[in-house]
Design a protein around this ligand. Structure first.
Ligand code: FBP
Length: 548
């Protein structure tokens, strides 16, 4: 189609480190003066001795073109977790850098496909057909966490069967943790000559919570998703200003951090935006949040006669409300301690059973929640132990509670509502120019790391406003140890919205004006050409020090 042809022609800026844009070449890497550490570095070094000894947790940067051409490498790449726009370009970048004298395989169906050895060779024609397309459908993806000894052996078997030299995991924080565990496990003794298999990561997630200050400004997929949500939210802001009768409650995806919601708020300026991290920092109760929204509804009506507005709700909010978090912690314990009795009960009997084991304050809060929330709080967690927040209708909960409050305190204020959840529609759109170029360069960086024989690193491109600089971040330098399900687990801490960060401060200084009257912006569809196409995410630009 015409659209497809035009998208294929999207200019993809290439970091100068790779030489010419038309024929990017392998690069050498050198140590920077940045050594990563966390509070648990000593424990991590003991668990990952080979990786830490090799990298010293030192960040690497490009150091000129590679002195010799490496050939004959066999590399397998997979997607892990939720889709994010630009994943296909990572594959194209790797393929381009590896060239015809190395082989790139795609792993079908995510980490599970790696366990099952579902590999196929990616050809130049494949790469040409997926360049600049959204989605992860070329390979597929899943959320299998590689954790048991048997699973690690299965991966080893796949490496041996396909004579692999390297594995690339394109994923978020949990997936990159898996990459580091595999890098250590496969460090030596896998191939006939006693050598190991390299494992590299690429930073993906629309949630934007995989960031390393000064080294990794954002994960890929965030820009595309937030521009799609901003277009949709902008359309609703324009609609409700036209029909002047509805309050729209919009839940925005982002499992934990509120980066997506903050970005969409900056792009569209709605009346009310909740930021989970601020709710936690200010220890706000559910009642206090409801009061804040209700006050905006009342003030807009009484001061300006406005019966409409938009409320942005981050998907992960519920877990950040301290009293709900405390309830969830006790709930998880109760369900774990009484697992047999709990699972034997029919679904409708479970809330009462759980409630009878809760402390009084938690039981009261639990009892005050509507059934549609209670059922989700008791629902099964995903394979990483996460509450499935995308299935919890927080937007409905808040609007129901605001309505109840208005009925009791301001019955004359009109309040008609609609509810939306923008999530899946943002993950697979054709990548923005930012994501297309970013992922292409991430792919080139991963390819260069493979040819340079590196393992246990996550690729990054920093200096996004000034041409881009390929970097390699040692994954072990990011790890902390967390106690989960009675065991120590190595985790990359999610980068949450920092309430003191420039982007948040920008929002805080303007939100009262956005609440008082209609000040919204409707940014329209994402642009592939022209000045708007070159705009980077506002949160990233502000946090990186761009002018407000
Ligand atoms: P990743 O962290 O794997 O990229 O996934 C992010 C996300 O889109 C979250 O925003 C959302 O909560 C979750 O995936 C939904 O998961 P699923 O696709 O399994 O419904």
């Amino acid at each position: 189609s015409v659209f497809e042809n035009e998208v294929r022609k999207l200019p993809l800026p290439t970091c100068t480190a790779f030489g010419s844009a038309a024929a990017p070449q392998a690069i050498a890497f050198a140590a920077t003066d940045r050594v990563l550490s966390t509070r648990d570095s000593a424990t991590v070094a003991a668990r990952f001795p080979q990786s830490v000894a090799a990298s010293g947790n030192v960040v690497l940067r490009a150091d000129g073109l590679a002195p010799t051409r490496v050939s004959g490498k066999r590399v397998a790449a997979l997607f892990s977790g939720g889709p994010a726009a630009g994943g296909h370009n990572v594959l194209c970048g790797i393929k381009k850098l590896l060239g015809a004298d190395n082989t790139l395989f795609g792993v079908k169906g995510g980490p599970k496909g790696l366990l099952q050895g579902k590999l196929f060779e990616i050809t130049d024609a494949d790469a040409a057909s997926i360049l600049n397309t959204g989605g992860f459908d070329f390979l597929g993806t899943d959320r299998t966490k590689i954790k048991t000894a048997e699973q690690f052996e299965q991966v080893k078997q796949t490496c041996i069967t396909h004579n692999l030299d390297a594995i690339v995991i394109i994923g978020g924080d949990d997936s990159n943790t898996n990459a580091a565990l595999l890098a250590e496990f496969l460090y030596t003794g896998i191939k006939a000559d006693g050598s190991g298999v390299q494992v590299l990561g690429a930073p993906k997630t629309i949630d934007g919570d995989l960031q390393v200050p000064g080294l990794l400004p954002i994960s890929f997929g965030f820009d595309t998703a937030t521009r799609i949500y901003a277009e949709l939210a902008g359309n609703i802001l324009q609609d409700t200003r036209s029909s002047v009768k509805y309050w729209h409650f919009i839940k925005l995806m982002g499992r934990s951090a509120s980066h997506v919601t903050l970005e969409v708020a900056l792009q569209t300026k709605p009346a009310v935006t909740l930021i989970s991290e601020e709710v936690a920092a200010k220890k706000m109760s559910l009642g206090a949040i409801v009061e804040q929204i209700a006050n905006a509804v009342v003030d807009r009506y009484k001061n300006k006669g406005l019966k409409h507005g938009v409320v942005l709700v981050p998907e992960g909010l519920i877990e950040f409300i301290p009293e709900i978090n405390a309830l969830l912690a006790e709930l998880n314990d109760v369900v774990a301690h009484h697992a047999e009795a709990f699972t034997a009960l029919p679904a409708e009997a479970r809330p009462a059973f759980v409630s009878s084991h809760l402390a009084a304050a938690n039981a009261t809060l639990f009892g005050s929640l509507p059934a549609y929330i209670v059922n989700m709080l008791l629902a099964e967690r995903d394979s990483h132990g996460n509450l499935q927040v995308s299935l919890i209708p927080t937007e409905q909960l808040l609007s129901d509670m605001v309505r109840a409050r208005l009925v009791a305190t301001a019955p004359d204020v009109p309040f008609s509502t609609h509810h939306h959840f923008f999530g899946y529609e943002g993950r697979c759109g054709a990548p923005t120019l930012f994501d297309a170029a970013y992922t292409w360069n991430l792919g080139l960086t991963v390819g260069a790391l493979i040819l340079a024989g590196k393992t246990g690193y996550m690729a990054s491109v920093s200096g996004l406003t000034s041409g881009g600089e390929p970097l390699a971040i040692p994954l072990t330098g990011l790890f902390n140890v967390e106690r989960r399900h009675g065991q120590d687990e190595y985790v990359i801490e999610k980068a949450l919205v920092r309430t003191e960060a420039a982007a948040m401060q920008f929002f805080v200084s303007r939100r009262a004006a956005w609440a008082a009257d209609d000040c919204f912006a409707s940014p329209g569809p994402r642009q592939l050409w022209g000045p708007a196409a070159r705009q980077m995410p506002m949160t990233v630009a502000l946090n990186e020090g761009a002018d407000s």
